[in-house]
Design a protein around this ligand. Structure first.
Ligand SMILES: [Fe+2]
Length: 485
């Protein structure tokens, strides 16, 4: 590498390139790691290995770097590895960036035309003993869950023909089935959607294809006992635009956002589309159905959250100007003419949620998330400017009331997506720990904090000191050791 990374927001403050793979054995702990915690917290985020070929890149374009925090007997070990994609291998061989703009294959170096563009930087999910590093614009990569060795670009042994697969599959705890989908499923900007189901052994149990109402981004899905829901957002793809060297997505302020609802196991003709006013649906907390009523909980932002995918005039709102409402949608599946009915549960700008994984798709009570609490201070003199995504609080929300208990990480810190680990396999819902990375921005390093999920306001029971800086990760999951043999 003979050129430096650009001094742009994507590559500054806590998001300076890190690029270091390694192991840290027995991390320093303040407080006490609960003895009953026995498992691994996997997380992944972008860490661009080479300076962008075309000068700059958005925060989603970096190569996937996976972290595994192994917690057992009150100790924590940490391992970091890149997902060794075809893309990263090619760039390492050339010692320079070879791929062009985000999700625009028409801007790549001709030498990489035959390679997958996958960066596998959005989520890490374990299913059927396979750790999948996922990003929605390509198939995932499989990794060894213990060594983090990259195995292969994964198409479920030939069972998946879509060219993409979501980074947010959902696993039904009652059956072990995994559900996922592909949008742009026949190539970038295509309006084809495929939904897949796999049993707990990875065998395909369901596949259905249909056309999207418009070729927009579908970042998330939710399952309930009888349905799968795909929120369609007004970030719209255009093939001619990328052929001309432009950006794949453009915000369309006149488009509705939509909820595409399909019965589990259904055919294309069974699709129902619930329209909702222009807004940006966020990450799913959970969904469940009861007597033909389908409930979906998620934060909904009032406008475009992705400042790097502006509208046709180049306009995107400043992130602090957005309002985010934690919303419960009710869809009446028995009334064919009904519209979705939203109820705002909280005005807190909360995002990156998890529920207790043992309740995915089923009636539940608690959501665990991070938030930007605007009432809390930020010491920019010591912690530096805020660029990119910023959150400062972890919380447990009671989804029956919208009330929450929270912990503020401090005026020189920012948080990353937390996960939830139950105290035991049989513990009551929500009895357990919220675990998440906190960036100590003034010290240019990070901590892993563990909080009692029902006593968030009492602060961490353990703070695991990480002597290096973890860039902003995107998503992760807690995997109990008993599920990871
Ligand atoms: Fe996501």
């Amino acid at each position: 590498m003979t050129t430096p990374f650009p001094k742009s927001p994507t590559f500054l403050t806590i998001d300076e390139p890190f690029r270091f793979e390694g192991d840290l054995y027995d991390l320093e702990v303040e407080g006490t790691i609960p003895a009953e915690l026995d498992g691994t917290f996997y997380r992944v985020g972008p860490d661009q290995a080479f300076p962008p070929m075309l000068g700059d890149a958005n925060p989603f374009n970096g190569d996937g770097m996976v972290t595994a925090f192994n917690i057992k007997n009150g100790h924590c070990d940490m391992k970091m590895r890149y997902v060794l994609t075809q893309r990263l291998a090619a760039e390492r061989a050339a010692r320079k960036g070879l791929f062009g703009h985000y999700r625009n294959p028409y801007t790549d170096d001709p030498s990489v035309k035959h390679l997958s563009r996958a960066v596998a930087n959005t989520n890490v999910v374990l299913h059927n003993g396979v750790l999948l590093a996922m990003k929605e614009d390509a198939l995932p990569y499989s990794m060894d869950p213990h060594t983090l060795e990259t195995k292969e670009l994964y198409n479920w042994n030939g069972q998946v023909t879509a060219t993409t697969f979501t980074a947010h599959p959902k696993i039904d705890p009652a059956t072990g089935e995994m559900f996922g989908y592909a949008y742009a499923a026949k190539g970038e900007a295509s309006d084809d959607i495929a939904i897949y189901g796999f049993d707990k052994l990875g065998n395909k149990t369901w596949e259905v294809w249909f056309k999207s109402p418009y070729p927009g981004m579908i970042h998330e899905c939710a399952i309930s006992e009888h349905y799968i829901v795909l929120p369609l957002m007004p970030q719209v793809m255009d093939l001619e635009r990328i052929k001309a060297g432009g950006i794949l997505f453009q915000w369309e302020p006149t488009y509705d956002h939509m909820y595409l609802v399909m019965p589990r196991g259904g055919d294309a003709k069974d699709l129902r589309v619930f329209r909702a006013p222009n807004a940006m649906p966020g990450h799913v907390i959970n969904a469940f159905d009861d007597g033909g009523k389908l409930y979906l909980d998620l934060p909904v932002a009032s406008d475009n959250v992705f400042w790097f995918f502006p509208d046709k005039n180049g306009h995107a709102p400043a992130p602090p100007s957005l309002r985010t409402d934690v919303t419960r949608w009710c869809f009446d599946m028995n009334d064919k003419n009904s519209a979705g009915v939203p109820t705002v549960m909280s005005n807190l700008a909360a995002e990156f949620p998890h529920c207790d994984d043992r309740y995915v798709g089923h009636a539940y009570r608690y959501g665990f998330m991070q938030a930007l609490d605007f009432t809390k201070p930020y010491n920019a003199d010591r912690a530096g400017p805020i660029m990119g995504f910023f959150f400062n609080t972890f919380l447990t929300m009671d989804m029956s009331t919208g009330k929450y208990k929270s912990w503020f990480a401090g005026d020189t810190s920012s948080t990353q997506e937390p996960v939830f680990a139950p105290k035991s396999a049989n513990a009551p819902e929500g009895e357990g720990y919220v675990i998440g990375v906190v960036n100590r921005r003034d010290e240019h390093r990070s901590d892993l904090v563990i909080l009692d999920a029902q006593r968030m306001d009492e602060g961490p029971v353990a703070t695991i000191k990480i002597p290096v800086r973890l860039k902003y990760g995107i998503h992760g999951n807690w995997v109990p050791s008993v599920a990871n043999k």
